[in-house]
Write a protein that binds this ligand. Structure first.
Ligand SMILES: C[S@@+](CC[C@H](N)C(=O)[O-])C[C@H]1O[C@@H](n2cnc3c(N)ncnc32)[C@H](O)[C@@H]1O
Length: 262
């Protein structure tokens, strides 16, 4: 069963969404109607959206790199800018690549790389059980999703074999979390946002250990902010990687890239 969008229903939905501050009220109304199987479900989805629940949590999915990624409540919503991390990683990947997606959240980055690259051996890791459950539905077989702290759950046989190591780790300074929009602050878990005092604590842990996992000539790519990029790059250089910064004004994305010595 599905609900059809009559002009009068559309008017009601758009009016409520707009009053709640949804900028793209028409688009959201169409998406909510297409996802609702019954009118009760439609009413409940609308109520949640009007109450400030992120659209992706209301729908249960987010569009990312042309894929429909399932996103459960209390799992980080993949951002449009993170497609830039995927693009940069795909451009550096060899034909047959061992890929690790650390801090995978919903698994969006790994799933998009699996979709873009022909042959990859993919491992995705997250510490949050809710994210791991979600990523297991998004990461295609034979990719593996592992639960644990950064590198801890990876098989040690991967040491020295990883061609592409990507991470969109939390990078918001602890004190700045309270300034984030309520959609993130209230509906995404703190573990997905909190990067410690300067926002870079998890990134530094990723970079410090990266050399022992990367293959000779393998690449580490971490999403960061434009402001934090010099410090992120410094951590890469300290870890012995040849380092540079890529950015996209179009999507407001910054990625630090480092290559291990051959
Ligand atoms: C900013 S979200 C990014 C999620 C996903 N990579 C994306 O781009 O949509 C950061 C993720 O890192 C995970 N995380 C935080 N600390 C971690 C740790 N020590 N080890 C593994 N995952 C961690 C969080 O649970 C969250 O899912």
């Amino acid at each position: 069963m599905s609900v059809s969008l009559s002009p009068s229903l559309e008017f009601v939905l758009v009016t409520r969404l707009r009053a709640a501050g949804c900028v793209f009220a028409e688009d959201e109304a169409r998406l909510i109607v297409s996802a609702a199987r019954t009118s009760d479900e439609l009413a409940s989805m609308l109520d949640r959206r009007v109450a400030g629940v992120p659209l992706e949590h209301v729908l249960g999915w987010a569009e990312f790199c042309g894929l429909r990624i399932e996103v459960d409540p209390q799992v980080f919503v993949p951002r449009r800018r993170t497609a830039f991390l995927v693009e940069q990683a795909a451009a550096l990947a060899p034909t047959t690549a061992v890929v690790v997606d650390l801090c995978c959240g919903s698994g969006a980055v790994g799933a998009a790389l699996a979709d873009t690259l022909d042959r990859i051996e993919l491992y995705a890791v997250d510490i949050d059980p809710a994210a791991v459950r979600c990523a297991r539905r998004n990461v295609p077989e034979p990719g593996r999703v592992l639960k644990g702290d950064l590198y801890a759950p990876l098989p040690t046989s991967l040491k020295g074999r990883v061609d592409i190591l990507v991470a969109n780790a939390p990078y918001v300074p602890t004190e700045a979390i309270r300034l984030m929009p309520p959609e993130a602050r209230l509906h995404e878990p703190r573990v997905s946002l909190d990067g410690g005092t300067d926002g870079l604590e998890i990134q530094r842990r990723v970079t410090t250990a990266a050399r022992s996992w990367l293959a000779p000539g393998g690449h580490l790519l971490i999403e960061t902010s434009e402001r934090q990029a010099p410090q992120t790059a410094e951590a890469f250089a300290d870890a012995g990687l040849t380092t540079w910064v890529e950015s996209s004004d179009e999507v407001g994305a910054t990625v630090v890239v480092g290559t291990a010595p051959r």
